[in-house]
Design a protein around this ligand. Structure first.
Ligand code: LR7
Ligand code: MN
Length: 451
């Protein structure tokens, strides 16, 4: 039986479902989409389950946008007197909420039939569940409602950008046996979810030092899982959302910077040593200041949350850990100078250049198999001759590409021949292979994490 029949046949224990406060923050949202959102909440939810709709106007240019809506039943409008961003705005809404369960929505949604009941049921049964609907698509061009696949969950790569991913074969099989069952998700999209209010408070709401947009979904996802809760997508609940190509609002601080700052705060608080994979993937992030995180670290400690390693093993084992668990990525340094590709590619030589600490051409990894890699290129000894220029070639694991470190000093010696990487001719011919000597400073390399 198709799953929408299975969902339709479900009966809800209305008497025992808790009422909810719906919280919608907006900044310069179009009036039509804002209205569509609140009207769909009121029309598509059992009356007694909506305690109120709290609209937080995040200092939109025109205060009338919100004021007009406050005439509608159950709607309360709170207006910020300066731009706060969606995180602090949501917390304001949550603090003002009177119901025991919070429902967050973006300001351009359409709730579908019976969207609310399955969400409230899950949270009523276990208040440590944080639950989301399946997010359908409202076309940006025609505003048409288009159903999305329910065989998806939320995930991310080491760049820490949210992405949808298909369920595994085993999960799809199990869903086909019972299409109404909840889908555990490593990450939530962020905008549409239901959470018990006491649990939201206990878990630390949101990081109040995150600004505007971005990263808070990553942070709350790690926090919920690591601190004992769970995240679910409930396939019988569907809400449409207008997916936009650009932010229709200004981004004080610049969108890239703000996103990196917020993401760094999440990574620094929750990811332990795994944060280095993020910095390896987005080297520019290392230059963005992220402020004081001591409050959030204290929270993590007080709640006795589990390490990120636990999250990776138990919640998101599908996220491949870069093989640099057995290798080390960073800079190869001599004082203030770093090994640099100089923008050269295949067959090019490498040289020393002043360290800039942003990865890029100065990013190297030493693998457990002895390669010195920059992306797909490996430092290669083209032939055995003292003074020969080292070049970059496609990594093929051949003997000419194998090196090992010798301590003390951090010399990088070829695995077969007694020559070491040497910077004495850096200005003319780049790095060359010279007879190893622990007395020459031009052969001493420090491998440092550029973060
Ligand atoms: O400064 C701001 N103040 C605000 O109140 C900036 C934004 N906002 C409001 C905005 O008006 C909107 O109602 O915050 C809400 C979210 O902003 P969007 O709609 O521009 O965000 P988005 O839909 O592009 O982004 C997703 O990721 C965000 C990361 O910060 C938030 O978590 C969004 O809620 C989230 N949206 C969804 O999860 C819907 C599904 C999209 C997907 C995938
Ligand atoms: Mn949105």
């Amino acid at each position: 039986m198709p799953f929408f029949f299975r969902c339709r046949r479900k009966k809800w224990d209305y008497a025992n479902l808790p009422a909810t406060s719906v919280i919608i923050t907006f900044h310069n949202e179009a009036r039509s989409t804002l209205l569509r959102t609140v009207v769909s909440v009121l029309n598509r939810s059992p009356e007694h389950l909506i305690k109120e709709i709290i609209l937080v106007d995040d200092f939109s240019d025109n205060p009338r946008d919100g004021e007009e809506l406050s005439k509608i039943q159950k709607i309360r409008v709170i207006r910020n007197d300066k731009r706060e961003g969606l995180m602090r705005s949501r917390v304001k809404g949550a603090d003002a909420a009177k119901a025991s369960v919070l429902t967050f929505l973006d300001s351009h949604c359409e709730c579908n039939v019976n969207w609310l009941e399955p969400l409230l049921e899950r949270v009523a049964l276990d208040p440590t569940r944080v639950v989301c609907p399946v997010i359908d698509v409202i076309s940006m061009d025609t505003f048409q409602y288009i159903g999305a696949s329910a065989d998806l969950r939320g995930g991310f790569d080491w760049n820490l950008v949210f992405k949808w991913e298909y369920l595994s074969y085993a999960e799809r099989e199990s869903r086909h046996r019972d299409p109404t069952q909840a889908i555990r998700t490593p990450m939530i999209a962020g905008g549409l979810f239901v959470i018990d209010k006491k649990y939201f408070d206990k878990l630390g709401k949101y990081d109040m030092q995150m600004d505007v947009w971005g990263g808070e979904n990553l942070e709350i996802s790690f926090r919920v899982w690591q601190c004992g809760g769970s995240l679910e997508i409930i396939p019988c609940s569907r809400v449409g959302h207008v997916f936009r190509k650009r932010h229709p609002y200004t981004f004080p601080g610049g969108s890239g910077n703000v996103f990196a700052k917020n993401t760094r705060r999440a990574a620094e608080v929750w990811m332990d040593e795994y944060k280095h994979f993020y910095y390896a993937s987005v080297p520019l992030a290392k230059n963005i200041p992220y402020g004081d995180i001591s409050e959030r670290l204290k929270l993590r400690n007080e709640l006795q949350c589990k390490p990120f390693k636990w999250y990776l093993q138990n919640v998101y084992p599908e996220l491949a850990i870069p093989h640099s668990t057995t290798s080390h990525t960073g800079e190869l340094r001599q004082g203030i100078f770093c090994l640099d590709t100089m923008g050269h590619l295949l067959d090019g030589y490498v040289a020393l250049y002043q360290c800039h600490h942003t990865g890029g051409n100065q990013e190297w990894s030493l693998t457990s198999t002895g390669l010195i890699k920059h992306h797909d290129l490996c430092l290669t000894l083209p032939n055995y001759m003292k003074g020969v220029q080292i070049v970059m070639r496609i990594c093929d694991g051949s003997e000419s590409q194998k090196w090992h470190r010798i301590e003390p000093g951090g010399l990088l010696r070829h695995s077969k021949y007694p020559v070491c990487l040497d910077s004495r001719s850096t200005d003319i011919r780049g790095i060359t292979a010279e007879r190893c000597s622990s007395a020459s400073d031009s052969q001493k390399w420090q491998l440092t994490n550029s973060s």
